[in-house]
Write a protein that binds this ligand. Sequence first.
Ligand code: BEZ
Length: 188
Amino acid sequence: MLSHDTRTINADRSDIEALDEIWLFGYGSLIYKVDFPYAESATAHITGWQRRFWQGSHDHRGTPEQPGRVLTLIEVPNARCFGIAYRVTLDVFDHLDHREKNGYLRSIQTLYFGNGEFKQGVVYIGKPDNPAFLGEAPIEAIAQQISKSVGPSGPNTEYVHRLADALRQQGEEDEHVFEIDRLLREMR
Ligand code: BEZ
């Protein structure tokens, strides 16, 4: 069983060091909360993964007593997940490994860029074996939990609305995110 805090495992940078250029792929809060330096950014997607609010947040959008729900990626054959890729330097991962320490491990995936190019990139994923993983629940129950959760980074609802707004701005559809966004607006 993994500990919630993945910093020790993520401290091994040998996978990233082997890359010619370091591209970080954001599919959740990294789309709208960019608190790290980067040289360039581009829209991109990965395949075989789908966004789901199945990861518990005990440190950002909830508390250990009342965890919120944030995104992770679930393996789904042929799925497409849109995101933003950032070209970064290795030192950025000190900050990001701390920010995303609650069960997320880095994974190297192929990023497909809008211009047809593809490159290897770094993606944070909370796999189903991590202790903060909450897993599937009815969409209404997910929205209920999010509506009640607040953590040091603010209300859990803000995470959903900011992400949904950012996806809409990019002309991207995500049924799971948009449905939870809609249910939360109805609960106001
Ligand atoms: C992201 O926005 O890509 C992200 C989501 C969860 C953890 C770390 C990063």
